[in-house]
Design a protein around this ligand. Structure first.
Ligand code: PLP
Length: 395
């Protein structure tokens, strides 16, 4: 081969195509016909708020979670606010919460007038465990919010023991953990209340905003049912202009209940598909991209596939240049967000370290294996010059 021909040889471009961070198209298509039929019925009935569709979904969701009751509400944030109000948490009460959560968890605490007590998490799982809680308990602490971040439950045996020992109410923010389990028991059924979001991108997502609180306490369920509906009493015939407590308007739309019932039948196999994706990532990722550790008894819902990478911002930019979508959940820990600085306890080393390292890779049930391999190859290529962290916990 002449030198001229060699000079013209193409620069080797890795075989990377574009991979979206999230594609809801396949899961939407699976239920679209059933949902259209259900929505037609709702339209024909001219009953758009409440009704048997909401009751049906609530019953199905309670049964799925292993609780006595589910109360549908407008979104996951309202689920948290109404749960805290039903538990009579408010001014003077301190609530322990991990600082690396979506802001809504903390928003809810502040909205009811309680005090968020931000705590650190384990570096390898990103989760708050009993040890972090123990270190933060004070005589004003009333409750703990366990956030099943990215789909994984923390050690619920230890956390439950810790709550009981200190007389604290355990609340679950299960917005990212539909169907996740600890020792085979589903998220939402460990605490006094479990709060869910059905935002479209969640493992169980509506076609709009929606949420629910699950509980096995009849009184809590009753109060939330009343509060979501302007404080109307349950069961009374003349209830429309009868308001027995201060409530709000946060009802689950009838059309969203129809959508959620249709999708719930697919949730387990969609979660199994997420596991297939996560396993392939765990096998194929380079040593520079460290997946968060999965606890032995925890079966994650893999809402997100989060890895820790050195030089994260450059890596992310280079993935984007190759057409590979990614996310950061979350770039600023809550205790460092401007409106919440007032409650910052100072440094939370693991949360802060993680915020600079975490990268959420494409993850959804129908993500093809070839795309997972493409992401892993891209990461190998991009991070070839970087030193791994030195710890790579397996699945
Ligand atoms: C951990 C967590 N908590 C609460 C929420 C709030 O849910 P929503 O967006 O439905 O209000 C979310 C949603 O993103 C979340 O991820």
């Amino acid at each position: 081969m002449s030198a001229g021909v060699a000079a013209m040889a193409p620069i080797p471009v890795p075989p990377f195509g574009s991979v979206p961070f999230l594609d809801l198209g396949t899961t939407t298509a699976v239920v679209a016909t059933e949902v259209r039929v259900g929505w037609e019925k709702v339209i024909a009935s001219n009953r758009f708020v409440g009704g048997e569709e909401v009751k049906t979904f609530e019953d199905e969701w309670a049964e799925y979670c292993g609780t006595e009751y589910a109360v549908g509400v407008g979104n996951g944030t309202d689920a948290l606010v109404l749960a805290l109000r039903a538990l009579e948490l408010g001014p003077g009460d301190e609530i322990i919460v991990p600082a690396n959560t979506f802001v809504a968890t903390v928003e809810a605490i502040v909205l009811v007038g309680a005090t968020p007590r931000f705590v650190d998490v384990a570096l390898d799982t990103g989760l708050m465990g009993a040890a972090e809680v123990e270190a933060a308990v004070s005589d004003r602490t009333r409750a703990i919010i366990a956030v099943h971040l990215f789909g994984q439950l923390t050690d619920m045996d230890a956390l439950g023991r810790c709550a009981t020992q200190h007389g604290l109410v355990l609340i679950e923010d299960a917005a990212q953990a539909h169907g996740a389990t600890w020792r085979g028991i589903r998220a939402g059924s460990f605490g006094a209340v479990g709060c869910f979001s059905f935002y479209p991108g969640k493992n169980l997502g509506a076609f709009g905003d929606a949420g629910a609180v699950v509980t096995s306490d009849e009184g809590i369920a009753e109060r939330i049912r009343s509060m979501r509906d302007h404080g109307r009493p349950g069961g009374a015939e003349d209830r429309h202009y009868n308001h027995v407590r201060i409530g709000t308007n946060s009802r689950l739309d009838t059309v969203q209940a129809v959508t959620l019932s249709a999708k719930l039948r697919h949730l387990d196999h969609w979660n199994a598909d997420r596991h297939r994706v996560a396993r392939l990532y765990a096998e194929e990722l380079p040593s520079t991209a460290v997946p968060l550790r999965q606890l032995e008894h925890s079966h994650s819902a893999y809402h997100l596939m989060v890895v820790r990478v050195p030089d994260r911002d450059r890596v992310r930019a280079e993935l984007a240049a190759l057409g590979i979508g990614s996310g950061i959940h979350y770039p600023t820990p809550c205790h460092q967000l401007e409106p919440y600085l007032h409650w910052s306890p100072g440094e939370l080393p693991n949360v802060e370290t993680l915020a600079g390292q975490i990268l959420s890779l494409p993850m959804y049930p129908s993500l093809p294996d070839t795309d997972v391999l493409r992401v892993c190859e891209a990461l190998s290529h991009i991070t070839a010059d970087l030193e791994p962290f030195g710890d790579r916990p397996g699945e």
